[in-house]
Design a protein around this ligand. Structure first.
Ligand code: ADP
Ligand code: GLC
Length: 473
């Protein structure tokens, strides 16, 4: 609906699972331009619930319209917070001015609070995600308990990516409308700047992140992005819960984006998808040539600085590659250059294309994720479910989900892995993947191991229930 990466997937699919478990869930999100376009394309017109309302806070006011609809494919209520100036923009999150970024989400968080009050929603738990909504636990802490809506509300804060903390100069503190006691090193002040994520971590009743391994890593200076000390201090309320995936949307047996379908016990349909993908990429289809894929934001986190120097060599060693992504210019241009040098074996699409992403998870043989760090990672889970074996750097959630083949563990393995952040190690792991692809029996076994894994939300949502229970007691 409106996504740049995995946060969009999780915010759409976790609430559905919680509702299935019997919870009364309401989702609030900004009415981004992308969401507007999505609903328009579906012929859906979300209805205003109440007339346009003025939200006045600190030194600012903003008019907000609340529109009601449901999360697509469910009956979970979705309240869209509309304000054209702040949310009808080309970029979903990116804002060049840090104070503007803080202002946008201060408006959103205050609007959520006003929306609950006006609509008579009295949540037991307010679950906020990432820096954008980190202010919700802070506002709750700062005196909302006086409001009927929030008298017994507790907060849970989930970190999806510690690298984006919502940082701005000290002047941004005025936008927040908080008592000056929140401007301290055990509040939102961090080395002289406003840090929203720090506030979320300190003031939420429970804090989670999106895999157990990342939860351990971020408590160390090497991975804590300057907040490891804060995270160690809240270890008593901090847990890692592996994300789930929406197994209905991502199902090779029924995916409407695929030209044919398949299941673990009968993988024959996968070949036709590879053929269709090769056709779209204008590459020669060859069942014996391993087709490597990348579907990703092209940013430093994802480790493509390791891939770029060796991609040509992998192609020369007998692979084909298809790359779908967008992000930093240097990576976009780097991949385009490789494709220009290897037009017969490599195709690059710059942009964001959900239908093509589905086709790639289905049609590729190997999917590369050489991430420098990875809080959870959904791509490897989608590709495992589609019998496309991931080659990953064993960090964060990748180490929690991929069992690398080591030449002896074919009963368990479901992909390929390496640990040192080096091009040589990535090359070697991918090469082992390419060799394994040539061994039909081994390959099928590894594919089936991956397809058998249960990454459904059913399991992860139970862990969130435990966290909610801890928050309210
Ligand atoms: P992150 O959230 O760090 O980007 P994840 O692996 O958690 O990484 O989630 C990425 C999500 O974004 C997946 O659903 C993936 O399919 C999608 N995605 C990333 N880049 C693109 C793209 N260029 N086109 C379509 N989908 C993309
Ligand atoms: C972030 C992380 C990614 C995670 C996603 C959803 O964008 O980079 O690893 O899967 O959030 O939690």
């Amino acid at each position: 609906m409106a996504k740049t990466g995995g946060l969009g997937d999780v915010s759409g699919s976790l609430p559905k699972e919680l509702a299935r478990l019997g919870h009364d869930v309401t989702v609030f999100m900004p009415y981004y331009r992308q969401a507007r376009e999505y609903f328009a394309a579906q012929g859906i017109e979300p209805e205003p619930v109440i007339p346009t309302t003025w939200i006045g806070w600190a030194a600012w006011t903003a008019d907000v319209t609340f529109l009601r609809t449901v999360l697509p494919g469910s009956d979970v209520p979705l309240i869209l917070v509309a304000n054209d100036y702040y949310f009808d923009r080309e970029q979903i999150y990116t804002s060049l001015d840090p104070i503007d970024a803080v202002q946008r989400y201060a408006v959103f968080c205050r609007a959520v609070i006003a929306g609950c009050e006006i609509l008579g929603i009295q949540p037991d738990v307010l679950h906020a995600h990432d820096w954008h909504t980190a202010l919700l636990p802070v506002y709750l802490h700062s005196g909302l308990q006086a409001s009927t809506s929030f008298r017994s509300t507790r907060s849970v804060y989930t970190i999806h990516n510690l690298a984006y903390q919502g940082v701005a100069g000290s002047a941004a503190f005025n936008v927040l409308g908080l008592h000056s006691r929140y401007w301290s090193s055990d509040g939102l002040e961090h080395f002289g700047q406003v840090n929203l994520m720090k506030g979320g971590i300190i003031f939420a009743d429970q804090v989670t992140t999106v895999s157990p391994n990342y939860a351990r890593e971020v408590q160390t200076p090497a991975h804590g992005a300057g907040l490891d000390g804060v995270l160690r201090a809240v270890a008593y309320k901090f847990t890692g819960i592996l994300n789930g995936i929406d197994i209905e949307e991502w199902d090779p047996a029924s995916d409407p984006h695929l030209p044919s379908h398949y299941e673990a016990y009968d993988l024959r349909g996968k070949a036709a998808i590879k053929k269709a993908l090769a056709g779209d990429a204008e590459l020669k289809y060859d069942s014996k040539t391993p087709l490597i894929g990348v579907v990703s934001r092209l940013v430093e986190q994802k480790g493509f600085q390791l891939l770029l120097p060796i991609l040509g060599k992998l192609l020369k060693a007998g692979a084909q590659a298809v790359i779908l992504g967008s992000g930093d210019r240097a990576y976009e241009e780097g991949f385009m250059q490789v494709a220009e040098h290897h037009p017969e074996t490599c195709r690059v699409w710059l942009g964001f294309d959900n239908a093509l992403a589905h086709l790639m998870y289905g049609g590729c043989d190997l999917l590369l994720m050489p991430s420098m760090y990875e809080p959870c990672g959904l791509n490897q889970m989608y590709s495992l479910r589609y019998g496309t074996l991931p080659v990953v750097r064993l960090t964060g959630g990748l180490a929690d989900t991929v069992i690398p083949y080591d030449g002896t563990n074919e009963e368990l393995a479901n992909g390929f892995g390496f640990t040192a952040p080096s091009s040589e190690e990535l090359y070697f792991a991918t090469w082992i993947g390419m060799l394994s692809y040539k061994e039909a029996k081994l390959w099928k076994k590894l594919q089936r191991n991956g397809m058998a894994a249960d990454f459904s939300w059913a399991r992860s949502a139970r862990h969130y229930e435990e966290v909610y229970a801890r928050a309210v007691t």
